[in-house]
Write a protein that binds this ligand. Structure first.
Ligand SMILES: Cc1ncc(COP(=O)(O)O)c(C=O)c1O
Length: 353
């Protein structure tokens, strides 16, 4: 029998700010492949076959460390987004890039502002750095609230398109915010931009105070590989490089990312399928009496104002369908756009109650 120590043991050694934190709670990852996973906004389709081949080939050189600058990935991304490769930084998912930004920019007591509801990881990352969270609620239209133009903060984050609402603000509104707030670093989290009608990615290279974050997790079907891409100025990228681990993106992840970025056709075909299924899912939910803000992402937020949807989430779960429920939004369910078959199954279950 291994010797055990009391469960409370580590607390004495950990910073009190950390023990006071609840920690980010990711959606469930069941091992049963029959479960319809409509809870974490993954792509229902597999990545390009070229990605698998590239990863397999890269195994030959696993005895060597990866390129610490992820040069090939940066060059592909720079070409795709028409920006300077020196202003591109690659992370172990865009989550890591968010962590690096906090580490490089936020000192204890600094304020980070964002509109809510939004990606709940921001809520965890700010206090990890000793920063102060400033939540500016969205209005019913999910436009950028005027308060973000004057709020006292060192960093402002706009998730666009936003999660969990699925809504987006126009690029010109982001341009206006970036111009008006030269005093803050503006992070535009574009995790879902490939599913939207427009993006603001090139803003990262055109404004000294903007970082745009993209990910291969959603549109490129590579959530399991962990690759995020930051677009900014070469000056800011150099500062971010100082705070990242040298080998933050594995050799396999870099090889897969290069192949994925080279195969735009696969990505665009999957995005088109997801957008078509999103329209069917939205129609089906509206017919069932749900209210939906217009989605520019690979998920929808289905609402029944004034009614708790926890029982609906639990009933679906008992039938092998996972959707996301947020206690702070009890009258809503966030539903990822799965395959047509998964969405038919979901709608059939929701019809029967
Ligand atoms: C808005 C938003 N940003 C970032 C991420 C994280 O993406 P990655 O897988 O690149 O870390 C997610 C993942 O769900 C997200 O919803």
């Amino acid at each position: 029998m291994p010797k055990t120590v009391p469960n409370t043991f580590p607390r004495a050694y950990v910073r009190p700010e950390i023990t006071a934190l609840a920690g980010y709670v990711p959606g469930e990852q069941p091992s049963d492949p029959r479960v319809a996973k409509l809870n974490t906004n993954e792509n229902p389709y597999p990545p390009s076959p070229a990605v698998r081949r590239a990863i397999s080939d890269a195994c030959e050189r696993l005895h060597l460390y990866p390129d610490p600058t992820a040069r090939e990935v940066r060059e592909r991304a720079a070409r795709l987004y028409d920006v300077d490769p020196e202003g591109v930084i690659v992370g172990n998912g865009s989550d890591e890039l968010l962590t690096l930004l906090m580490r490089a920019v936020i000192a204890p007591g600094d304020a980070v502002a964002y509109s809510t509801p939004t990606y709940s990881l921001y809520e965890t990352l700010v206090p990890l750095q000793g920063g102060v969270r400033v939540r500016v609620p969205y209005g019913p239209d999910f436009a950028i609230p005027e308060e973000l133009f004057s709020v006292d903060a060192r960093m402002v984050i706009v998730c666009n398109p936003n999660a969990p609402s699925g809504t987006s603000v126009p690029r010109r509104a982001l341009e206006r915010l970036a111009e008006a707030r030269r005093d803050v670093l503006l992070i535009v989290d574009e995790a879902y931009a490939d599913f939207a009608d427009e993006n603001a990615t090139s803003m990262g290279s055109r404004h000294p105070n903007v970082v745009v974050l993209r990910t291969l997790s959603k549109s490129y079907s590579l959530a399991g590989l962990r690759v995020g891409i930051g677009i900014t100025t070469p000056a800011l990228a150099a500062e971010l490089n100082k705070v990242k681990d040298s080998y933050n993106v594995s050799r396999l992840a870099q090889a897969g990312a290069v192949a994925a970025l080279d195969d735009q056709e696969s990505m665009l075909a999957h995005v088109a399928r997801v957008r078509a299924t999103r329209a069917r899912l939205s129609e089906g939910l509206v017919a069932l009496g749900y209210e939906l803000p217009p989605s520019q992402t690979n998920f929808v937020l289905a609402r029944r104002p004034g009614r708790s949807l926890l029982p609906v989430k639990e009933a679906l779960q008992s039938r092998g369908i996972l959707v996301r429920y947020f206690p702070e939004l009890p009258d809503a369910l966030r539903i990822t756009v799965g395959t047509d078959e998964e969405i038919d199954r979901l709608l059939a279950e929701m019809r029967t109650g």
